[in-house]
Write a protein that binds this ligand. Sequence first.
Ligand SMILES: [Zn+2]
Length: 293
Amino acid sequence: MIYYNNDNNKETSTHKFSSLEKSNLNWRSATHMADEENKAAWLLVVKTLKILPYHLPPLGENGVKVRIKAVGICGSDVHHFKTMRCANFIVKKPMVIGLKSLAIGDRVALEPGISCQRCNFCKVGRYNLCSEMKFFGSPATNGSLANQVVHPANLCFKLPNNVSLEEGAMCEPLSAGVHACRPGPIGLITLLAARAFGAPRVVIVDVDDSGLSLAKDLGAYDILQVSTDIQVDVIGIFRYRNTWPLCIEFLRTGKIDVKPLITHRFGFSQEDIEEAFKTSARGGEAIKVMFNL
Ligand SMILES: [Zn+2]
């Protein structure tokens, strides 16, 4: 489903409060959210975005309603905007654009991909390879450039007080780098490439220290052992997995500073979204274009 027509607000609200309480989101802000008309940026046809009402889907068993405060434009958003497609993902009906999201209530960062939890990849923890993945802003799943979205509670990661909403929204692009920089052939090759490009500080993480010591020998600025059950044995990366807690930790400790990457900021008006996508599509000095909703 691309466009949901759920006008049964009373029923949705009742369900919503119980789920929000479960996930410790602020009840008062939930009450406020119930009164707000939800709008989203809809990609209607090529290069045509319009802010229009967005009726949220039902919460389901584990969903929470999230108030979006900061969303960045990513490369796939720009592809969809320009051509209505990105690789094999094609926009066939109007859809909400926007991939990365950060939400308020409890101040959380959202991991955008919802995997099926049933296929073999999911069962062995490699959920980034799930073929049933529903990913924000990847057709036919709506994105997060909206006032509110519904998202599974287990994909909402609480932010420490010293990490801003915008920094939280940067967890998504940061995740691709963090996933690639875990030792394993891709991580170590990425390290070498980053060094060759002159990167002064490359941090490598892994679950055991054998790869880490090699990373150190290869010139990693720092290494970090993490306690997850990850085995990196792929020869390419597709999306990422289990990266949000680590990204948030990097941001909290200041080991990674993403703020200089946010080069442009826009609000959430019709004029803003048009200008923001033009800016992002032009490339050049626009590294990360951020919406503040
Ligand atoms: Zn799966």
